[in-house]
Design a binder for this molecule. Structure first.
Ligand code: ZN
Length: 167
């Protein structure tokens, strides 16, 4: 018989509002839009001497801090072969980030309102992975053990989720 322990985090506060667009195929790119993404995190492992797989408070705070980096930002993928993302000084002071889609369309944003992500697309699936890796990194940085298994779900409109799991 095998046993498995897991903690599940579904906090009302774990939501972030951000802008994005994705390329749908070689010839189609969505218009810019936003979502209120809600994030769930599950962590599995052996309970420690105090009976905890992970400290709920530490996990909650790590997720909160990671999502704060995305809230009210424009999320831009830097590993999409159809999009070119560059940042340079703008004409009014402050850097600007410019995105072009196959040389046909162009968007310009204040650089400090963008989060550049090394992803192929800012789909819920890839956002789930980015969030999961960032949460694991944040836990490790604050001296907590890295969870043996972690699963992140990112729901973009109540009932439509991307999921990433490791371990
Ligand atoms: Zn969308």
């Amino acid at each position: 018989m095998t046993e498995r322990f897991e903690v599940q985090l579904r906090k009302a506060v774990h939501v972030f509002a951000a802008g994005h667009f994705i390329t749908l195929n070689d010839d189609l790119c969505e218009p810019i839009h936003g979502h209120n993404w809600t994030v769930g995190v599950d962590v599995a492992g052996e309970p420690d001497a105090h009976g905890m797989v992970v400290d709920f408070i530490a996990l909650r705070d790590a997720v909160t801090a990671v999502l704060a980096r995305l809230d009210h930002k424009m999320l831009l993928p830097t590993a999409n072969p159809w999009l070119t993302v560059t940042t340079a000084p703008g004409p009014h002071g402050g850097d600007e980030t410019t995105v072009t889609y196959r040389g046909r369309r162009r968007w310009v944003f204040p650089a400090d309102e963008c989060v550049l992500m090394p992803l192929a697309n800012t789909t819920s699936e890839w956002l789930a992975r980015w969030i999961g890796l960032s949460v694991a990194e944040s836990l490790a940085a604050s001296g907590h053990p890295i969870p043996r298994a972690i699963r992140v779900s990112v729901d973009e409109c109540l009932g439509q989720s991307g999921v990433w799991e490791r371990g």
